[in-house]
Ligand binder design. Sequence first.
Ligand SMILES: NC(=O)c1ccc[n+]([C@@H]2O[C@H](COP(=O)([O-])OP(=O)(O)OC[C@H]3O[C@@H](n4cnc5c(N)ncnc54)[C@H](OP(=O)(O)O)[C@@H]3O)[C@@H](O)[C@H]2O)c1
Length: 247
Amino acid sequence: MMLGGNTVLITGGATGIGFAIAERFAKLGNTVIICGRRQEKLDEARKKIPELNIKKCDIASESGRKELYDWISKDFPGLSVLVNNAGIQRSIDFRKGMGDLLNNEDEIEINLKSQVYMSALFMPLLMKQKESAIINVGSGLGFVPLAIFPIYCATKAAIHSFTMSLRHQLRDTSVKVFEVIPPTVHDTELKGKPFPKTDYSITAAEMADAVVKGFEADRYEISAGPSGGWLTASKSDLDKAFHEINH
Ligand SMILES: NC(=O)c1ccc[n+]([C@@H]2O[C@H](COP(=O)([O-])OP(=O)(O)OC[C@H]3O[C@@H](n4cnc5c(N)ncnc54)[C@H](OP(=O)(O)O)[C@@H]3O)[C@@H](O)[C@H]2O)c1
């Protein structure tokens, strides 16, 4: 993919990995639009990068997605890259029955259904462009689940499967389909606050650098750090990793 001259929409682009990707794409001469639910985070992001276009939007709501689509197709009809990055992560203890499930935001809605619906909704616009892309943000935990986040990991495994099918369906179109598979990225808000750096974690900036490199090289599965090995690991290696991370 060309690194400049695109019009890029990044869901959840005001913080963390999404913001680091926005920063890089803006510097490379792309028009960048970010969306998220919290206006103050969008304002903070634009203070840091004044050329960002911002839109308050809950992508888990059908009307939110439709409003975003209507605005973009009118004001940014050249949209050529959709980065499905928005996501949440919750610990859910099934020993409590319905308790944690009901007390948490719906990860299936935000992490899975929204990415699927955003891809379908924006497809006609993306298919109009000479060259375009969808970048779905999955996770290494889609390959090796961390059991305290059971729904999160399941949504990311589903994103991997969905992205493979989408890439195959779109193989004869102008739309290239990428999956970003981060390991632990310690300096983001995913768990409410940044978490401690470990030997197995990287920064959002390092992840975004890998995204830019992979995007330029048309490498459709983009990883960095330890999750890279999980993409090609054997079943017994994945089982071993499962026991290690859940110890
Ligand atoms: N950090 C890691 O270790 C890690 C590892 C693997 C994969 N990932 C994936 O990377 C992506 C980005 O996460 P991050 O680590 O950068 O965490 P983050 O800083 O919390 O970013 C998530 C972003 O998504 C937005 N968002 C959440 N729900 C939304 C909704 N319904 N509508 C619109 N925007 C929404 C949030 O903004 P609002 O709350 O303001 O809406 C936030 O800006 C996620 O898909 C995550 O699963 C992260």
